[in-house]
Design a protein around this ligand. Sequence first.
Ligand code: PEP
Ligand code: MN
Length: 369
Amino acid sequence: MHVKIELQNDPLESWIGKKGEPVIISGPCSAESPQQVLDTAQALASSGKVHLLRAGIWKPRTRPGSFQGVGTQGLSWLKAAGDAVGLPVITEVANAHHVEACLEHRIDALWIGARTTVNPFSVQEIADALKGVSIPVLVKNPINPDLALWIGALERMDQAGIKHLGAIHRGFSSYNNRHYRNAPNWEIPIELKTLVPGLPIFCDPSHISGRRDGIHEVAQKALDLDMEGLMIESHIQPDAALSDAQQQLAPDTLSQVLESLQFRSSKPVDQQFDSQLEMFRSRIDEIDQLLVSKLAERMGIVEEIGAYKHENNLTILQLERWREILATRTDWASRQDLDTTFIRSLLKVIHEASIARQTQVMNRPPVND
Ligand code: PEP
Ligand code: MN
């Protein structure tokens, strides 16, 4: 893919005012009241670990009837809180009116949300509103795993003359993924990094994980992949949050999470090799996770078949079916350049485990009623 982004980014420290360690963006999912924003900001600033204060003002909610954000008044609360604690502030914009309101309120940086990145009309409207304006813009990935769409939004910002451009990886919608709220598909931000060298990429573990206890794992992975920073939601009283309550961290929990993360030190010689290795490993991790969950799903079906055979008095081993399985799968494997002996042995192990499970089902003692 040919990418038309002539990054004119000054180094991150020139717009965030820090160097070395990853940039940490934190603050509530949504601004809810002046006090909530200020209390959160004060707690975050006193930890000394946060560089940019976030809060959503206009909330793109999946279902109507959810909290839609406090609207423009929230910009004054956010800016006042940032001023009070000495932190620059960032919020989400979804249209030209939002951009104008943010500029009027001297908001320091903007991000484009995942539901907006999917729509080139909205992205272009934002780009047009930003022409001639000097403000950092971070573009979240679209909700669907479409790298071209993400790059397209970055190109629109670049063409509008945005000099401080970055991306935020917040994961991708997927149906029925129990581990993540939004699947990370790490290969996509890795590909973005490869196609647009020098583009700062932040990771948003809060929206990827969707739950407090998953944030550390995702954040560590992002750092291991050499991402430039993290955006993590925090709230002075997370359980009472009006949006995304399950994933927001109390400021002191955020401090503990940040404390326990391993920041990679710069190792000039090995660094490139290490991050390449990490990229491959993270793809392997993702595939293995899928393999294991698919095997579990398969075993569930095997069990149902066992019950069916039991009811209908059929043998566990159905030789014809087993032959058919071996023949089709080895055929699929050879079409994909996989060693058929390897696939045969793998199938045998799976088949043995399936038979063992069905034997258990067959031998379950009858239920007495
Ligand atoms: C948010 O950051 O609160 C938000 C709405 O994120 P996303 O666009 O990633 O869903
Ligand atoms: Mn949120």
